[in-house]
Design a protein around this ligand. Structure first.
Ligand SMILES: [Zn+2]
Length: 321
């Protein structure tokens, strides 16, 4: 851990407190209530269901992927997250890659809209891919609990939190398909965005938010490209055993240690939309059939999710001032 937690506040409350102090040091600050434990149960439930064997590894275009999509639609509906004017589902057909060569994929992105209170015509696009790599030739299911049922669950927890306390920016909640075959859903999203690209303040991408115990870090990639984001997030204290760390984005970070285009935020980066990526480091179950729900340590996942929510809130408050 790089930072000690000195305040008896949730990270969200602490972030709000810090940002509010910066603006008006004498005004009493109303801090957000403690995160209710029911949300943590829902968070874990979402990962468990999305990474269950009956989802069959959630491959793009496969019945398991469709089941996962139906589940996410149901969760957004239950949370009262409305579809954008273009509709809940964004189907696409894209050329993707497989080990055997190029292949045409038909995928579907799922979109929700949460109106903002201060910057209503600017959007923070929150993304998490719900697809994974399916079943291999030996019949092994790649459940992808960390990659990326976790990020979807974190995104749904954020959506729930934003329904409790509205964001300042308008927010698109986007569960992307086809990431594993070459960021396909994200590429389609930036080619046919539901709002003008110029109205997107930033993309915040969650991919692998559960297994932070490897190094105790939830990595933030993209502050090399967007240094203005860094002081906003550096104010967020560590949460339990997990702290934000910055990197995997410089010219010195090469190969698999450069994450600038490692997940869907890469499509936003290429489209020159500001981005940040939040995700954990590699672990032994990464892209293996053993990436299962029971390998997730709930307290670590909850900490990383709370840091993700705190990151969103801090950015939402700071941007477009
Ligand atoms: Zn992933």
């Amino acid at each position: 851990m790089r930072q000690l937690r000195r305040l008896a506040l949730s990270p969200i409350a602490a972030a709000l407190l810090l940002s509010a102090c910066a603006q008006s040091p004498v005004t009493p600050v109303v801090v957000a209530a403690a995160v209710p434990s029911v949300r943590n149960a829902q968070l874990l439930n979402d990962v468990r269901i999305l990474s269950a064997d009956d989802m069959q590894g959630r491959d793009t275009g496969a019945p398991g992927g469709e089941r996962a999509r139906d589940y996410i639609v149901g969760r957004l509906e239950a949370l009262g997250v409305a579809p954008p004017p273009m509709g809940r589902l964004q189907p696409w057909e894209m050329q993707g890659r497989t080990r055997a060569g190029p292949k045409t994929y038909n995928g579907v992105n799922v979109i929700g809209l949460i109106p903002g209170t201060r910057v209503t015509d600017r959007y923070i696009v929150v993304t998490a891919h719900y697809d994974h790599v399916g079943v291999n030739a030996e019949g092994q299911v790649f459940n992808g609990a960390d990659d990326n049922a976790s990020g979807v669950a974190t995104m749904l927890a954020l959506a729930a939190d934003l329904k409790r306390q509205a964001p300042e920016h308008s927010v698109l909640i986007v569960a992307l398909d086809g990431e594993e075959h070459g960021l396909l859903g994200a590429k389609h999203f930036v080619e046919a965005p539901p709002v003008p690209l110029t109205s997107i303040a930033m993309n915040l991408n969650f991919d692998m938010t559960a297994r932070a115990e490897t190094d105790g870090k939830l990595w933030v990639t993209g502050t090399y490209q967007h240094p203005n984001f860094r002081p906003i997030l550096e104010a967020i204290p560590a949460n339990g055993a997990v702290a934000l760390a910055f990197g995997k984005d410089t010219p010195q970070d090469t190969g698999e240690d450069n994450w600038v285009e490692a997940s869907d935020h890469g499509a936003f980066y290429r489209a020159q939309v500001p981005f940040l990526y939040l995700g954990v480091n590699y672990h032994p179950d990464y892209h293996r059939p053993s990436d299962d729900f029971d390998r997730i340590t709930p307290t670590v996942f909850i900490s990383a999710t709370e840091l993700s929510l705190a990151s969103f809130r801090a950015l939402d408050v700071a941007l477009d001032r």
